[in-house]
Ligand binder design. Structure first.
Ligand code: FAD
Length: 244
């Protein structure tokens, strides 16, 4: 995956390539935790693509118009593969879950690139991340792209201690132990408990929509953050199918 300062990001050629339909074969599926698995898609159509940290794809699930969005956890354009991390949220009758459970190596997966990516703020002196399992999948490529001497803070929430995937840079881990992931006071409290620098940083909040709003409210109202330093990306919310 490319460096955050790659000047080719945002070029017309890159923007055009984003809209094209892509596809790849499932090369491997690995259980990362009891509730998350890594899926590698590979093939000739995936070579030479200019993936950027924070990119997402929209996967065709079943019928032509049914899509679900997943983050690109890692990518190797030279060898022609991308990795996704799929979280089993356990909601019955979810077609994304059914697709992930039925997926087997050698199946062909059709997807398109999603232009609405999360981008790192390159001038920030430090970075704050907060979210649950789905957000952790999205944070992976962003954390990997940050230089090691740039400070990183944040909270990674999961159902239990065993459900945290290993992130490229460690965040504070908390477990819900049965509490809901939606409107999560627990995640807000964990962010509020962080000892953060006094200088301005950049924040990336992803996952459940209402929880994100609550954390942003805390940063703005209690810590005096400027809204433009906060990147929010709702991935799901109760009762809504697909967040597109
Ligand atoms: C930009 C973007 C990037 C994303 N990246 C990833 C990723 O890398 N990995 C990943 O696993 N997911 C990711 N998601 C989230 C994923 O697209 C949604 O969880 C999606 O709704 C799953 O589809 P589904 O068919 O399983 O469930 P749906 O049929 O869409 O939803 C059925 C029910 O399940 C609930 N639900 C959906 N997701 C969750 C959840 N996480 N926890 C609890 N309840 C849930 C919904 O609110 C709804 O009530 C991303 C979403 C977006 C928008």
């Amino acid at each position: 995956m490319n460096d955050i300062n790659d000047p080719s990001s945002g070029s017309g050629r890159f923007d055009l390539s984003r809209r094209l339909l892509r596809g790849g074969y499932i090369e491997e599926i690995e259980d990362l935790t009891p509730t998350s698995k890594r899926m590698r898609l590979a093939g000739p159509k995936l070579t030479g693509l200019n993936w950027q940290p924070g990119d997402h794809i929209r996967v065709r699930i079943g019928s032509l118009l049914t899509l679900r969005t997943y983050s690109v956890w890692d990518a190797d354009p030279d060898r022609g593969w991308i990795d996704l991390v799929l979280f089993d949220h356990g909601t019955p009758d979810s077609i994304g879950l059914q697709w992930a459970e039925a997926a087997r190596p050698r199946q062909y997966v059709v997807f398109m690139r999603d232009a609405r990516a999360i981008r790192l703020k390159p001038d920030a002196r430090w970075h704050l991340f907060a979210g649950e399992e789905t957000a952790a999948a999205g944070f992976g490529s962003l954390l990997r792209a940050l230089p090691v001497d740039v400070p990183v803070f944040g909270v990674h929430q999961a159902a239990t201690e065993a459900d945290h995937i290993d992130l490229p840079r460690p965040l504070t881990r908390i477990a819900r132990h049965g509490a809901p992931a939606a409107s999560s006071e627990q995640l807000v409290a964990a962010v509020a408990a962080l000892d953060l620098p006094d200088t301005p940083g950049a924040a990336y909040l992803a996952g459940e929509a209402r929880t994100i709003q609550m954390i942003r409210g805390h940063l703005v109202n209690d810590r005096g953050w400027n809204r433009r330093d906060i990147v929010t990306k709702p991935f799901w919310t109760p009762g809504k199918r697909g967040m597109d």
